[in-house]
Design a protein around this ligand. Structure first.
Ligand code: ARG
Length: 466
């Protein structure tokens, strides 16, 4: 006679699955990571079951003690996971029931369908909180890097061609803005993760008078006012993974921003730019070329974007076309979700650490920023100040640039006569436009890379990030 497992699904099955089937269907190899959430969820559920009279006080105490012991063993790496018990939920419950007979009552009015939805939501809440903090540390690293080099000016680029001068800090603060939007998106996403699905059962709730509010409160599923947040449709609750997709989509956008930052770092660290030097510990050598110092962290950051995007597309594809309600397909959500969070969090941490160990090559930056062509637009503004229409001024300065090229002179080395040969509006003060410090002091619109404005933005971010 077949010995039934302590957590038997029913008396209906005459034989268990074959080894190949068990291996194909198991999820314990990855969902063991939900053990802590699973235990906390079970303790809250049991607490509620006692309150509504399903468990006695002593049964609740035994269940709690048993679950806590199991939790400690898992934490210490002493718990034996059994693949034949499929997933984290059955492994824990089976072991509990083996130790504590009252464990057999724990699953009252609960299904693995609402249980797994609960566990993922709880796990994701923690991940969002951690990632939000890590994102802010990355923002801090960017702000500090800029604040350490407040007077460094570099060319700003469009089309990867030199455009106009900007403070190095201004360039870095562009990323601080991107990550601030990501942070806000995470906060928004959290609100929809933080809704308690327990009590939805397999699909249709329960005939027993569960206290869903109590469970939600015990597990912290509350809004800012402390009001419990409950899913409002049992069918939606057990099959919804929108919250995971939202997180993966926020993560994908974070990956985009990280990848762009990585690309800037890679360019800046190249011999061609040579704007920055990454500390040795954050680079690697070449096995063949002894002179190489490669920006591998930045490259991997750029590369890992692929899997973060891939995970998002996997989840979207997984959900599409699923009939209501829970389908086993949903088990495929976890590896993609785990991988997204692991990847994005590690990347954010490593990029912050790398930036903290990167220095600016002031001399190269200065030389690049000294290119007078960067101030050609300022020369057009000079003519506009004299009353010329901008289109006409643009045309005149274009002719000045062409003349300088023809004479093989830098723009700021043209004589007044040469300038006047292009347009009589140029006066003796025209060349003052090429005073870089003065030029930088004049761009103080909100959000512009002016001396005062960049200092203001740096101070604002320092204050915001604490
Ligand atoms: N391991 C399953 C998952 O990750 C748990 C839910 C299983 N439910 C079920 N009815 N087979 O989705």
């Amino acid at each position: 006679m077949k010995k039934s497992s302590p957590v038997s699904r029913s008396g209906r099955f005459s034989s268990g699955p074959g080894a190949d089937v068990a291996q194909f269907t198991e999820s314990i190899s990855f969902d063991w990571r939900l053990w802590e959430q699973d235990i906390l969820g079970s303790i809250a559920h049991a607490t509620m079951l006692q309150k509504i009279g399903v468990l006695t006080k002593s049964e609740l105490a035994q269940i709690k003690k048993g679950l806590e012991q199991i939790g400690q063993e898992i934490f210490d790496g002493e718990f034996e996971w059994k693949p034949e018990l499929e997933d984290v939920h059955m492994n824990i419950e089976a072991e509990l029931t083996r130790r504590v007979p009252a464990g057999a009552k724990l699953h009252t009015a609960r299904s693995r369908n609402d249980q797994v939805a609960l566990d993922i939501r709880m796990w994701l809440r923690d991940q969002i909180a951690e990632l939000s903090g890590e994102l802010q540390l990355l923002q801090k690293a960017l702000v500090e890097f800029g604040a350490k080099n407040p007077d460094v000016i570099i060319p700003g680029y469009t089309h990867l061609q030199r455009a106009q001068p900007v403070y190095f800090a201004h360039h870095l603060l562009a990323y601080v803005e991107m990550f601030a939007r990501d942070h806000a998106r995470l906060t928004d996403c959290f609100q929809r993760v933080n809704v308690c699905p327990l009590g939805s059962g397999a699909i249709a709730g329960s005939t027993l008078p569960l206290d869903r509010e109590l469970v939600a409160k015990l597990l912290g599923f509350v809004d800012a006012q402390g009001k419990p947040q409950l899913t409002q449709n049992s069918m939606d609750a057990v099959s919804d993974r929108d919250f995971a997709i939202e997180f993966c989509s926020v993560a994908a956008l974070i990956a985009v921003h990280l990848s762009r930052l990585a690309e800037d770092v890679i360019l800046w660290a190249s011999s061609e730019f040579n704007f920055i030097k990454i500390a040795d510990a954050y680079t690697t050598g070449s096995s063949l070329m002894p002179q190489k110092k490669n920006p591998d962290i930045a490259e991997l950051t750029r590369g890992k974007t692929g899997r973060v995007f891939g995970n998002l597309v996997s989840l979207l594809t997984l959900l599409k076309g699923l009939p209501m309600t829970y389908n086993r397909d949903l088990q495929e959500d976890k590896e993609r979700l785990f991988d997204t969070s692991d990847t994005i969090r590690a990347t954010v941490r490593l990029m912050a650490a790398m930036l903290q160990n990167t220095s600016v090559n002031r001399a190269t930056c200065e030389e690049a920023a000294r290119d007078p062509a960067l101030l050609a637009t300022d020369l057009a503004d000079y003519l506009v100040r004299k009353g010329m229409a901008f289109r006409q001024a643009h045309h005149a300065v274009g002719a000045v640039v062409a003349l300088a090229e023809k004479l093989q002179k830098p723009l700021n080395k043209l004589s007044l006569t040469e300038l006047k040969s292009v347009d009589k509006e140029f006066g003796a003060d025209a060349l003052e436009v090429f005073n870089l410090q003065k030029a930088m002091s004049q761009r103080n619109l909100v959000g512009a890379p002016g001396t005062k404005e960049v200092a203001r933005q740096l101070a604002r971010w320092k204050k915001t990030l604490g």
